[in-house]
Design a protein around this ligand. Structure first.
Ligand code: 5AD
Ligand code: SF4
Length: 473
């Protein structure tokens, strides 16, 4: 297949670094080092993007704060998946007008998926005049240039070009965590599920070169990272656009071959592209965590068809059975939408049947939210909101019961977990993750255990988490 992915050249990134250094010189003249606040909404891809925004900001001489009153630059990295989150962002953005009044010269920036929506950018331009910069995900790599322009020229900057997207290597990164790291392996989505805004705002699928991914992971492992998540909207179509095509399973094998004691996770997988080869690779590769997030969205074939999911319920279940046959203790999670336009309660009950058959360890549940510009937003949606809510509550109740039962089955076992942080529970001061990514609250241990794999004896459980004790090292 012809590679039509645009790669941003090293020279282009070098020019952005020059902008960083020019901004750093301006900042060096201030009486105190300036501060930036980066606020992230949405998925891990956004978290990963925010780590790059912080990387650039650090090069520009900014320190970091969580307090918008202290910040000289505020960056809000947004999500467009559901309307509710958008309303919240617009509410918070509106309130910043008062903060900025107390802090003249403060720069307010909006980016991410929501910023890329034409109607949002328009609204901000007209009604949120205190917002200085709006930029979309496709031009994140030009962030230093935009900040430089704001500091040296008058006026606001709006940059949301409708581009298919590109790959930019070499952007600096400030990671939020010392134990877990995100590694984007591809960007964009070609699937156009009929409810979803992502393909419109994140552009077409494009894969990073495998050697760039492998060297990033190698470096993370050398730095001591223990839990690495490979990210993409649909990782199972990784590599289709590369000059030397390779598939996701091959990439996974190569990441697994990197020496070191670490776990590999990945998300998100699309069921239509999840292959037997992938499952066999997961079973064979000892560093690949025994967990799969495989969204099914709905259990009814008519709804799956209008969602444009391109798989049936039986095809999905067949894949789950094949995976369980290879990895019996696989931890499964999924995304589900309730109340898609035209879904009847009877059709919704097919979703419950999938839960009963698969028995997910955890589920991410969403009430359908119409997104401007998607085909589903134009479909008839006669079901009253109360009925959707009733169905949603039935779904959550069933999943809570299954999660509780699945968690209870851990009691009495000893599991090698990654201690990933300190929690706020005095009795169980540490948090850990099982290989399948279930949260464990841990008694015993010291701060030195954070970032290490430890044997944890599981003593209790509820629907949200497990409880355990660190056994002798
Ligand atoms: N309404 C509700 N949920 C949605 N998702 C995506 N678009 C919408 C929408 N318009 C959910 C899907 C997807 C997850 C990330 O968000 O379940 O897998
Ligand atoms: Fe959205 Fe479907 Fe692409 Fe996932 S696969 S990002 S749900 S269009």
């Amino acid at each position: 297949m012809e590679r039509n992915t645009t790669t941003i050249s090293r020279e282009d990134i070098a020019r952005q670094m020059d902008y960083c250094h020019a901004v750093a010189q301006l900042n060096a003249q201030r009486p105190q080092p300036p501060l930036a606040f980066v606020d992230t909404y949405g998925c891990q891809q956004n978290e990963a993007d925010s780590e790059r925004i912080r990387g650039y900001l650090q090069e520009m001489g900014y320190g970091f704060t969580q307090d918008e009153e202290q910040a000289d630059v505020i960056v809000i990295n947004t999500c467009a998946i559901r309307e509710h989150a958008e309303q919240r962002v617009l509410g918070n953005l509106g309130a910043l007008v008062h903060v900025k009044r107390r802090h003249p010269g403060q720069l307010i920036c909006l980016c991410g998926c929501m910023a890329q929506e034409a109607h949002v950018a328009q609204k901000v331009k007209e009604s949120y005049r205190h917002v200085d910069l709006v930029f979309g995900p496709q031009v994140l790599w030009r962030f230093p240039e935009f900040i430089h322009s704001l500091l040296t020229a008058r006026g606001r900057v709006f940059q949301t070009p409708d581009l298919p997207g590109s790959i930019a290597e070499g952007i600096p990164v400030v990671r939020q965590d010392k134990v877990k790291a995100w590694v984007s392996i591809m960007y964009g989505c070609n699937n156009f599920c009929s409810y979803c805004i992502v393909p419109y705002v994140r552009g077409r699928e494009r894969s990073r070169q495998p050697e760039d991914i492998l060297s990033e992971v190698r470096q993370l492992v050398e730095e001591g990272y223990k839990d690495i998540t490979l990210l993409g909207q649909n990782v199972n179509s990784y590599g289709k656009d590369l000059e030397n095509p390779m598939d996701f399973a091959d990439l996974l094998s190569q990441v697994n071959d990197i020496p070191g004691d670490f776990l590999i996770r990945f998300m998100t997988s699309h069921p239509k592209d999840a292959t037997q080869k992938l499952f066999e690779t997961m079973a064979r590769c000892e560093k690949v965590a025994p967990v799969l997030h495989l969204p099914f969205q709905a259990g009814n074939d008519r709804i799956l068809k209008v969602m444009n999911r391109r798989h049936t319920r039986e095809q999905y279940l067949e894949k789950i059975r094949a995976l369980k046959a290879l990895i019996p203790d696989i931890v499964l999670t999924s995304d589900v939408i309730v109340g898609f336009p035209g879904e009847t309660t009877e059709e919704f009950e097919d979703t419950l049947k999938v839960l009963e058959e698969v028995r997910y360890d955890a589920l991410f549940t969403f009430i359908y939210s119409p997104r401007v510009g998607t085909p589903a937003a134009k479909m008839d949606d006669p079901m009253p909101r109360e009925e959707k809510l009733r169905n949603f509550n039935r779904l959550v109740a069933l999943q809570d019961q299954i999660s509780e039962e699945k968690h209870a089955a851990y009691i009495g076992k000893t599991v090698r977990c990654l201690i990933d942080g300190q929690g706020d529970d005095a009795e169980y001061p540490f948090t850990a993750r099982t290989p399948g990514n279930r949260l464990v609250r841990v008694k015993g241990g010291t701060a030195d255990d954070v970032g290490q794999f430890r044997e944890i004896h599981i003593t209790g459980a509820n629907k949200w988490s497990l409880y355990g004790e660190m056994t002798e090292k």
